[in-house]
Design a protein around this ligand. Sequence first.
Ligand code: 8QM
Length: 394
Amino acid sequence: MDLSSITWDPYDEAVLADPFAHHAVLRDAGAVVWLERYGCFAMARYAEVRAALTDWETFVSGRGVGLADFAREEPWRPPSLLLEADPPLHGRTRGVMNKVVALPALRALQPKWVEQAHALVAGLVGTGPFDAVPALAEAFPLSVFPALVGLREEGRENLIPYGTTAFNAFGPRNALLTRSLENAATATAWVMESCRRDNLLPGGWGELVYAAADHGECSEAEAERLVRSLLTAGVDTTVNGIANLVHAFAENPGQWRKLRAQPDLARKAIEESLRWGGVVQTFFRTTSRAVDIAGTTIPEGSKVLLFLAAANRDPRHWSDPDRFDITRSASGHVGFGFGIHQCLGQMVARFEAEAVLAALIAQVGEIRSTAPATRRINNTLFALGTLPVELIAA
Ligand code: 8QM
């Protein structure tokens, strides 16, 4: 099979604003496609994306999971010890962090999170049209996650601008990235400062990471960098995950009625929104050796762009994939990645979504869209800029 070479630009702003409209062409162009403009390979079909994520020895992360190859270019910030690391380093850092995010402690927090979500939603129901991005999708994660980590109160508004920059930085050095690097310089500095031991409040995950350093599981400098991972990965993702979830129901009122009739579908609905929503659209890997994929040889040292969101809607794997259907089994989706790098914070993300959804199910009969949602263009995230809705009391 010939390798398709295409001039199509995944980072064109029109594509970033409406990525799903372009995925079919990309998937149909071949199991592996050459993107001329960036000199990299791309894969967008479920089978190949999942296989590449699973084969961490061939598709490595240590040379960066953005377009920049750390073997040739200086990264914009010191590399993540989790996301941008390979075994054996990755195994050690992941081991430290798995203990920090352990499920029992998180589960114990859930009733309080549900209560907070109820209070937040109660203030929004029946108040007329409002923008659910700041009022709900940003407000809820910001009310629970910084406290979980033990961040100081002052300056938390820096988290989202920093996240926006970090996710832009996985793409090319286009106008989006240059602009956000300029705009978020202070936000980035604040986040870096916040990772220092002295700036973390007692009782949070940050303190636990430093406790691991005290036990010799990692160095103090590594602890600081691991706290940074929590702050990079844990905010903009959950904000847009919740925004997507609310948007999905606003656009599919029949699915909302179904969920309210059968609230035990909530977990399935969240998995489906992770499959369908595509918050993290893409990640790169770099080949550590020449590898044959469906008859195409990818040489060693190649950047390979994996379209997670396109894989999650590949009709070769999913039936009627563009349909948001809370009764389908979305398990096996790659919305949290797959394999050794699969999202460390996925249970936090799920618990946040469950709390918000439980509050909405209890209080809201109808999520009414009052104007079209708008996009906040980003090189990696499928983010919402505004989500005008009205919550009609149950
Ligand atoms: C994305 O810095 C990090 O370790 C990190 C940053 C971003 C993510 C994950 C980890 C996938 C959510």
